[in-house]
Structure formats: structure tokens, C-alpha cells
Design a protein around this ligand. Structure first.
Ligand SMILES: [Zn+2]
Length: 236
């Protein structure tokens, strides 16, 4: 019964998604309903980047990366719920996930990242999906970019799938390629499982910033990130 409800929810969501996301939805309906009884082996660790005292990048108008990361992650979580996809959110509110009792910012920041890392490594068959925003000194740059755990073909595959879904559905002009992470992205660089990080857009580009602050756009980009993730999970 639960699966039937889940399927009905999925179909309802996808039909309502016609108005939300436009093209290619019919194709998506057939794709996803063909996987209506989802028996997925993986659990997604849904990591809204930063949080609490760590705001991440800050736009010229004061918009904090941590808030956009959370809004998009929570929207993705909504899709995961509807489709019955196993997931664990790192945070669902504006918090740091560091241990209590640490006094220096450096210690708290380190504890925060190590706790995220432990959650990924301690969860069997975890797939890490980190949500972040980009920032650059030159405001002309914009567009989603997906990073993956370098040297890991499954991470590279997942990054490609998400990139393809986002670009096809939302950003046909975007030519940004997927990239392996350097050690500047701790979780991806050290992860022992399939891991990607989505830089949804640039806070330094005024047009993209306005989009990222718009709830409808947040729903759309969340949907396409989810769609890419679903395509990956259902082929594992
Ligand atoms: Zn970030």
C-alpha cells in the first residue's frame, strides 16, 4: 500500500511538475514510473553546505550561501520523501554540526566537517550529495557546476548524470564541465564512497543570485538535481 501511495504521489508530482519545469516532463514520467517500485540499495547523505556561524559565501546584498544551500536541500528532501528514496539530511535548519563545548572557531569548523565526514563513512552504501553555491571575483560567470570525488568512476558518472539533468532541463546554454575535486573540498577529496558536490550557481552574478533567491527557481533546480540523482540510483 505504501508503494502504491508513493507511486501515486510520484505521478501527481510529475504532472504538477509539467507546470513547474516545462519540457521533457513527459519523458521523465515514463522514465520514473518504470521504476515505480523503488528498491534502492543506497542511502543519500544530503549535505546542505555550511550552517550556523559558518555562512559560507556572502553575496553583495548580504545573502548567505548557507541559507540558499538549506532551501535547495530541503526542496530536494521533499522529492526524496515523495519517491521514498532513503536519505539522511546533514541538517534541516540553520545549524553547525560541530561537537558541543569547542571554543575556537577553528576547532568548531574542523569538528563540523569531520562530523559530516563520519556520517558519510558510517552509513552503509552512502552516496554523498553536497549542495553549495559558487562565488567569484568577476561577476560575469554563472551556471551550475558539479564536482566529484576524483579517481572514482561512479562519482564521475553521478556528476555527469546530475549535470545532464540540470543543463537539459534548466540551463541549456551552460557549458561548464564536471570537475574532480581537489583537497580544497574535504568531503569529496577524502570520501570513501560515491560523492558529488553541486555548486548550484554564482552568488557573484546578479542575475543568477536573483534566481537562486526565488522559490520557484529553487524548486526547479532542486527537481533537476533530484532527477539526476534518481537516474543514478535506479541504475545501481
Ligand atoms: Zn560552500
Amino acid at each position: 500500500m505504501k508503494k502504491i501511495i508513493c507511486l501515486l504521489s510520484a505521478v501527481t508530482l510529475l504532472f504538477s511538475g509539467i507546470f513547474l519545469v516545462g519540457k521533457s516532463t513527459q519523458e521523465t514520467i515514463s522514465e520514473i514510473t518504470s521504476h515505480s517500485v523503488l528498491q534502492l540499495k543506497n542511502t543519500v547523505i544530503l549535505d546542505a553546505g555550511h550552517g550556523g556561524e559558518d555562512g559560507g559565501a556572502v553575496a553583495a546584498d548580504g545573502t548567505m550561501e548557507k541559507d540558499l544551500n538549506l532551501a535547495i536541500s530541503n526542496a530536494i528532501a521533499g522529492y526524496f520523501e515523495l519517491f521514498g528514496i532513503p536519505y539522511i539530511p546533514v541538517r534541516t535548519t540553520d545549524i553547525s554540526v560541530c561537537d558541543e563545548g569547542l571554543t575556537s572557531i577553528k576547532e568548531r569548523k574542523r569538528s563540523d566537517i569531520l562530523n559530516r565526514y563520519a556520517l558519510v563513512n558510517d552509513t552503509p552504501d552512502a552516496v554523498l550529495l553536497s549542495i553549495h553555491q559558487n562565488m567569484f571575483s568577476e561577476p560575469k560567470y554563472y551556471g551550475t557546476q558539479v564536482f566529484y570525488a576524483g579517481g572514482d568512476p561512479t562519482s564521475e558518472n553521478l556528476a555527469s548524470t546530475i549535470r545532464e539533468a540540470v543543463l537539459t532541463g534548466l540551463q541549456p546554454e551552460n557549458t561548464r564541465a564536471i570537475k574532480p575535486s581537489t583537497d580544497s573540498i574535504y568531503l569529496l577529496y577524502h570520501a570513501k564512497t560515491t560523492s558529488v558536490l553541486v555548486e548550484c550557481g554564482f552568488l557573484s552574478n546578479e542575475n543568477e543570485l536573483q534566481k537562486l533567491k526565488d522559490e520557484a527557481y529553487e524548486s526547479q533546480i532542486s527537481y533537476f538535481i533530484f532527477k539526476g540523482m534518481l537516474q543514478y540510483l535506479t541504475t545501481q
